[in-house]
Structures are given as C-alpha cells and as structure tokens.
Design a protein around this ligand. Structure first.
Ligand SMILES: O=C(O)CCC(=O)C(=O)O
Length: 234
C-alpha cells in the first residue's frame, strides 16, 4: 500500500444545489438524496449530473484503499486502426453471472463482485432505484495513465444507458466532445468521492476521455457502473 499516493485529506469542494429528481430515464427512475451536492449539465443531446462530493472523505479514503487492494487489476487491450494496443491504465470487469462485456473485439467475463464493489453498487441502486449489475473498474496509476475518446455504447447496455461513474483518489480531468465537432466541448474535474451520472442520449451523441496529464498525480480509481440487459449467455 505504501506505493499508493492517497489524495490529501480535507473536504472535497462541492457545488451546493438542491437536489431534485432526475425523472424517468429509460426504465429506471432514480431518487436523489436530498442532501446531495449536485449540479446538472444539460448538453446538446445529452445530460450529466455530478455530485461532488457523493461520498464523504473518510468513506472515499476507505473505498480507495480497499478497492486498490482487492480488485484483480489487469491490463486490457484496445483495438486502434486494426492494432491491439495495451490500454494505459489497469482495469477489471465485475458483474453478476452472465454480465459479459465486449469492447475492442474482446469479451470480458465478469468476476464476482468484491464486498466493497457490492457495497457501492447497493448504495447506488438504493439511492437511485437503479439495477446496476456490473462495473468496469479502472486504475490510473499516475498522469501517464489515460483513456482515449470513446462512448459507452456497446449493445449490451442498450439505448440511452445510465452510466454511474465514481471517482476516488487524484482529481483527473474528464472531457466530452460531441460527435458533431461544431458543438462546444465540455470538461469536468472529477474529484475524490464524486459521482457523475451520464444519461439520456449522452452515449449516442458524445464521446468522452480522460487525457494524460503532466501534473504530478498519484492514484485514481474509477468505477463505471452499468446495467447489462442481456444476461442470456451466462
Ligand atoms: O475514468 C473515468 O472517469 C472514465 C472511464 C471510462 O470512461 C470508461 O472506462 O469507459
């Protein structure tokens, strides 16, 4: 654990705004905690909601340490221009039986949820009335780790998926750009203990990325919870 540079303690700056219901999104109707620090970002053909913080700092520290320790991290591969490239971050795919996930030409079979992942999943499902049954965990070890432009639009997640993204550890910039480049891009700094929910047609209309940074940054763990619709191939 000594190799992990944990984020400084102290409160995570939040944006005070009264939370209100997200309303019906797809088949799910999230209920938001009234005390949340939330802000909405209405995008052209998409919608984001950010809670910063969602987890108070002690809880976020506990999750960061425990997830870094417990998750079976490995390097995934992405296909770029016909070449198989090692993704510059560590990842792991967890889910219920049958929650297979395919991207860049590879099928990932789910590992069973660790207790901590299940704790976070249960918390989100209880807060929002969602049915998240899988999560892609990502570890960005330093500023050289990154994720390129993509959208979470694999057929398994259906149309207009709700993606809940938990960030723990170092703040990293999250960028979005519209598929039609004329639309103004968006950038968010995702802080320790924050939650970003992307819903509506965000995945259909926007790409997102976590670029490399020259800043001296340590570990960031990110969890993107999804609902895999088709569990038929368990
Ligand atoms: O690390 C993040 O904030 C985003 C991760 C992501 O977009 C993905 O893994 O699909």
């Amino acid at each position: 654990m000594s190799a992990i540079r944990l984020p400084p303690r102290g409160s995570v700056a939040g944006l005070a705004r009264e939370a209100e219901s997200l309303g019906a999104i797809g088949m799910m109707t999230p209920r938001l905690p009234l005390e949340a620090s939330a802000r909405d970002l209405e995008l052209r053909g998409g919608h984001l909601r950010v809670w910063s913080p969602f987890f108070e700092v002690g809880e976020a520290d506990r999750l960061l340490e425990g997830l870094w320790r417990d998750i079976e991290w490995s390097q995934h591969f992405v296909a770029i221009a016909g070449r198989r490239i090692a993704s510059p971050r560590l990842s792991a795919w967890y889910g219920v039986d049958g929650a297979h996930y395919r991207y860049s030409g590879h099928r990932y079979d789910p590992l069973p949820f660790t207790p901590l992942l299940d704790e976070v999943r249960s918390r989100l499902n209880a807060e929002f009335g969602t049915s998240f049954n899988s999560v892609l965990a990502n570890a960005y070890r330093d500023g050289a780790d990154s994720m390129g432009w993509h959208s979470d639009d694999e057929p398994e997640v259906g149309t207009s998926p709700v993606i809940a993204s938990v960030s723990l550890g170092e703040t990293r910039r999250f960028r979005l750009r519209h598929r039609k480049r004329a639309v103004e891009p968006v950038a968010l700094d995702l802080e320790h203990g924050s939650l970003l929910v992307m819903d509506g047609d965000t995945q259909a209309n926007w790409h997102h990325a976590v670029p490399k940074t020259r800043r001296q940054v340590g570990l960031r763990v990110n969890l993107t919870f999804r609902w895999i619709r088709d569990l038929g191939d368990a």
